[in-house]
Design a protein around this ligand. Structure first.
Ligand code: SF4
Length: 346
């Protein structure tokens, strides 16, 4: 494998365990909201943030605070500092330790973006084979189009139950030995639901070459670097360019005959002791999930304003690294983040 967890900060994005700030204000009044500064360029947030795809954790972060997700793009150094926090690193090392239980983790030298993506796809190919033989896999890349947006994520674990059901198990690490609040759990449920949609889409063969190339902005003809070529050879694949790996993956997904995910489960583990705090099965209602997703995406399409937290959730602002910059929290009419456009990305 190419190293650590690609979205090591996902618990922060989805759960909002952010650094302490000062006391929150009441949030802007409706009149102030109307007055807030608008982006006159007419570009949607997706375009302003130069995004061709979204991470599942970014969308789930919206369920905690939409504005916080947007600030992550506007203040990248703050976000980087968040990822360096001991708590986030501890969570990432627990995930890596679990991954090592079922996979050999090897270092692969990558030079280009195509190399990096090729390694992820080679991993995925190995995981398809493992699932076909009934094995457990961890850190499975999941990608695909959902409601008009290309989305990427990493599934913590897939395994078969005693009854032969395919179970998605998402591990969340906890600083305290307690289950999360409803505000956090809401994002976690959304996350596993989106992973199911992505995985089910992949094994049903709905992922296309054009979607991957267009949204991840990769070049099919790009020759793979020597490190990736050697890694592919060791896995038994004969490839030369990125497009070879992508084609191999798409054919394997199309004919893999893997089942869709039957059960979604959240598992909470204490960071300090590694003890399991509890687990919860998550119901799956596709219509409801897609409606929720469309609501979150409408912000990225520029169809509505971003939202901060509701007054009853103002306690979240005390843990937010963007509190001192936050227009919503200050209730200011001079903010700089609000955008408005009715232009759709696609
Ligand atoms: Fe959201 Fe509060 Fe942070 Fe503002 S201060 S981004 S409203 S959590």
């Amino acid at each position: 494998r190419s190293g650590g967890r690609p979205d090591a900060a996902k618990d922060v994005a989805a759960g909002g365990t952010l650094a302490a700030g000062s006391e929150p204000g009441p949030g802007p009044s409706p009149a102030r909201k109307r007055k807030r500064k608008r982006d006159l360029s007419g570009r949607s947030p997706m375009e302003r943030c130069c995004r061709r795809y979204l991470k599942v954790t970014e969308v789930c972060g919206q369920s905690w605070c939409e504005l916080q997700v947007l600030y992550g793009f506007e203040y990248p150094l703050v976000l980087k500092a968040e990822k360096e926090r001991a708590e986030v690193k501890a969570g990432a090392s627990i995930h890596l330790a679990r991954e090592r239980e079922v996979h050999d983790v090897v270092q692969v030298c990558v030079v280009t973006r195509e190399d990096r993506q090729a390694v992820k796809f080679l991993n995925l190919l190995g995981m398809i084979s493992a699932l076909q033989t009934g094995c457990c896999v961890r850190e499975l890349p999941a990608i695909g189009m959902l409601e008009g947006v290309f989305m990427v994520g990493v599934i913590d674990e897939l395994r078969y139950s005693d009854k032969g059901e395919l179970v998605l198990n998402e591990l969340k690490t906890r600083r305290h030995k307690s289950l999360p609040s409803e505000a956090q759990a809401k994002g976690h449920r959304l996350q596993v639901g989106l992973y199911k949609l992505l995985f089910d889409g992949m094994v049903r063969g709905s992922l296309s070459r054009d979607q991957v190339v267009e949204h991840l902005e990769l070049r099919l003809e790009r020759a793979l670097g020597p490190g990736v070529l050697e890694h592919a050879r060791n896995l038994g694949f004969r490839v030369a360019a990125f497009g070879d790996v992508l084609d191999l993956l798409l054919v394997n997904l199309k004919y893999c005959e893997l089942p869709c995910i039957d059960l979604l489960r959240l598992e909470y583990c204490h960071q300090g002791s590694g003890d399991i705090v509890g687990s919860q099965d998550v119901p799956f209602d596709e219509d409801q999930l897609r409606a929720q997703l469309r609501h979150y995406l409408s912000f990225w399409f520029g169809q509505r304003e971003p939202r901060g937290v509701d007054i009853e959730d103002a306690w979240k602002c005390r843990m937010c690294s963007y509190a001192e910059h936050c227009e919503w929290r200050r209730g200011s009419s001079q903010g700089s983040v609000t955008v408005h456009t009715d232009k759709k990305l696609k």
